[in-house]
Design a protein around this ligand. Sequence first.
Ligand code: FMN
Length: 313
Amino acid sequence: MVISGHPELEKSYANSFILNQLDQKLDNLNIRRLDELYPDYNIGVESEQQALLKADVIVLQFPLYWYSVPGLLKKWLDDVLTFNFAFGPEGNKLKGKHLILSITVGGPEDSYEPLGYNHFTIEQFVYPLQQTAYLAGMDYQKPIYTHGMVYIEGVYNKLEDVQAKAAEHSQRLIDAINYSLHSDEVKIKRFVEQWFNQFDLLPEDSSYFTKRLSSDLHLVMPEGEFTGHDGFRDWYATARSAIKPNGDHQVQQLTISAIEEGYQLDLRIKLVAETFADSHFKGQLLDLQVDETWQITLNEYGDITIHDYVVNL
Ligand SMILES: Cc1cc2nc3c(=O)[nH]c(=O)nc-3n(C[C@H](O)[C@H](O)[C@H](O)COP(=O)(O)O)c2cc1C
């Protein structure tokens, strides 16, 4: 999903060029031109939030205006990133989504450094957006930006130079989007998020899990060691008899390392869940941190299989 924050694309050279390139070269792209959708700055919060929910990767495409986002995009951020959507106790709706800033900058590169007349780097000017992403649990990516993008006939730059830079910018942005969509790292992160979302629900049917476990799974839990799908089902039945559904598994740390076959994942998980009174937890609230080590493989279709699953309290 690309949010275009330019207030008047009809008069744009750089942003309109980049948006057209994206439109031509990427499938499954939802480009939202805020200037067309909301010429009166009256943002449709519900439709924007629905569109965000469907997106894996979110791009904010904008020209740098007074070292920040244009007012239209600021209004979009203020209106759309609401309590219990982007922040607050249930405000996890953007969690795990990738955010890419794509910025056209008028001033030259050497002005955006300590001794230049703009003093600060682009990365520094966009700190508020970076922290907004962190607060919303989004995965903030390196911003894509290009300097010297202003074109005023006879005053600043040549149109063909600005367009050539916009073409190069578009390609970098397309590469970043593709990386976000298709990298092993992203697939693994998404897999881990979904895995623990299912563990929050604790469905009676364990097939969501077994489909993602190898038939010779080696599972080491505080309760003991288990092997294969039958072993997993035994452990899962015990877990379901003790822990109530709708707990909360939070992935606090995830380190992914390549190993000979596939990847090793080192995870730190915070688990908060209610327990049944007749279980060995005696109905007390579970609130604990566990370290987990998984060994997984990823096939050519992007399917992930867990082979080794070790949990330490
Ligand atoms: C209101 C306004 C504020 C701007 N502020 C900045 C700025 O702070 N720094 C900068 O380098 N360029 C600034 N510019 C230049 C724009 O960033 C540049 O014109 C734009 O990126 C070109 O993209 P476009 O052809 O799609 O409009 C500003 C332009 C306008 C109209």
